[in-house]
Design a protein around this ligand. Structure first.
Ligand code: 4AD
Ligand code: MG
Length: 463
């Protein structure tokens, strides 16, 4: 007898097979005819399979009739064509074994319709709900698409470090990594002496793998890194996490236009794959979370992204006649309300803003000849706002050193990075896509805490 998944058992081709299934009971319904229906889910797909447990089972009275929501079971039986609507198959059980009961007095997932806020407090159990199953499968699909897309295009997957001494974004939002005893730190000249620390100098969790990815791109051509990144920014918003996953391709010989083309093709591929492989989960999101999800995704595929210089975007915002919570002016950072106005109302499609003021962007972005802007690009999408940030990199040694000083960074700590410009420098570009913002965009879920297994936010590192 083969053990198969609920997903396989739901297919018409399974009819006639004798199989073993294992999973969790979502509901049990007892029929007057002296048998029971079990809705069984194992996470392999959005739907359950209906198990018909006949009263003749030897443990029917003692066990099956008392199975609780949340209990784990193993079921042997024959897959039959189902007479019921909405399901191709059902399983007529010849054996039902209780693996682990779930006490109905205390099991928190008794009923449906818990709020996402409540489910966050039981993040260890929310994988058993429809929503988090759908999110987990979608997140998995996006991760697969990332690798498929870049591997098919000849990119090398490089593993950049988690612990680093450099602040890539220069924003000082770093978590320190140390083995120093905070109650008795070694001191020199009245300050903590980090030369006595584990790495012999201050070290941090990475905010981005970009700088290290650049070293590989400037030698191997096209690379990408995909891993967790960490930001100690005190942003309590539905779009910020302190720990999130980022995909960062980095390409030698790419200018900003090449970079935009790649970013657009990449996002479109992620959407195409989600539509092809997560259709049932997207239908669930459409029915329960965001009824416009299919229109939004198909709309994005159908049209080219708008490409608009920052300066033109500021003009649009100033002339929009809207009152903003954060005022708009050239040289000021765009806020989520501005980004979403552009992507949702003004253009109603993804927008790539580029050539941002140099004062707003990190040291590594290539300076334009106007002396005021850099070759930055942000991709904004409806529903989320910024989903990608990237740039053409500054490949000129003297300009880059000047930019570091301008931003208060000491070039001494970045000699390895400057070496890329000292020896065989090339134009190159790259970008970072936030994985969780991508899942928000695809699903229509409202809060980033609900699209990562265990969210880390200010004041919260439970589980
Ligand atoms: O725009 P960011 O900060 O760009 C970089 O880190 C570059 N070094 C990337 C590169 O060029 N290789 O971040 C890139 C993306 C954002 O567009 C957003 O999707 C996501 O990462 N992101 C966050 N997601 C969740 N929580 C946060 N706190 C995030 N900060 C950035
Ligand atoms: Mg950004």
């Amino acid at each position: 007898m083969d053990t198969i998944s609920v997903s396989d058992a739901r297919r018409a081709e399974a009819v006639g097979r004798t199989v073993r299934l294992r999973g969790w009971v979502r509901t049990r319904r007892d029929s007057k005819g002296g048998f029971s229906f079990l809705e069984l889910n194992d996470g392999s797909c959005q739907g359950n399979v209906q198990v018909v447990a006949p009263g003749e089972l030897p443990n029917y009275e003692a066990v099956v009739k008392h199975l609780h929501t949340g209990a784990s079971v193993a079921v042997d039986g024959e897959v039959k064509a189902s007479p019921a609507k909405g399901q191709a198959t059902e399983v007529l059980a010849s054996r039902v074994e209780l693996l682990g009961d779930a006490d109905p007095e205390t099991y928190p997932l008794q009923k449906k319709g818990h709020t996402f806020e409540f489910l966050r407090t039981i993040a260890h159990l929310r994988p058993r709900t429809n929503t988090f199953g759908a999110v987990a499968r979608l997140r998995n699909q996006v991760s697969k698409s990332v690798h498929d897309f870049f591997q098919e295009r000849g990119f090398l997957y490089v593993h950049t470090p988690i612990v680093t001494a450099s602040d890539c974004e220069g924003a000082g939002e770093l978590f320190r990594v140390t083995t120093i005893d905070p109650d008795a730190p070694p001191r020199a000249d009245g300050k903590v002496d980090y030369s006595k620390d584990f790495f012999g100098k201050p070290a941090f969790l990475t905010v981005s793998g970009q700088l290290q990815a650049e070293t590989f791109a400037c030698g191997l051509g096209k690379v990408y890194t995909f891993g967790p990144t960490f930001r100690a920014e005190n942003s309590n918003t539905p779009r910020h996490l302190a720990e999130f996953w980022m995909v960062e391709p980095e390409m030698a010989f790419f200018d900003l236009t090449d970079n935009m083309d790649l970013a657009e093709a990449f996002l479109k591929r992620v959407i195409t794959d989600a539509l092809a492989h997560c259709h049932d989960d997207l239908e669930f999101f459409r029915d329960r979370v965001d009824k416009g999800v299919f229109d939004r995704l198909r709309g994005v595929l159908a049209n080219p992204f708008m490409r608009v210089p920052y300066t033109a975007a500021v003009d649009i915002l100033l002339k929009s006649g809207k009152t903003w919570e954060y005022p708009v002016a050239w040289g000021k950072d765009l806020q989520s309300e501005h980004e979403r106005f552009l992507a949702e109302q003004h253009f109603d499609c993804p927008v790539i803003l580029y050539d941002y003021p140099r004062t707003l962007k990190p040291f590594y972005m290539r300076c334009n000849d106007d002396g005021k802007t850099v070759r930055a690009m942000d991709v904004l999408v409806p529903g989320v706002g910024e989903i990608i940030g990237g740039s053409q990199r500054e490949e000129r040694l003297d300009v880059l050193e000047g930019r570091m000083r301008e931003q208060g960074l000491n070039p001494d700590g970045y000699q390895w990075y400057l070496d890329l410009r000292r020896y065989g420098t090339v134009p190159h570009s790259g970008f970072g896509l936030g994985l969780e913002r991508t899942v928000l965009f695809l699903s229509g879920m409202a809060n980033i805490r609900d699209v990562i297994p265990f969210p880390r936010t200010p004041g919260n590192a439970e589980f």
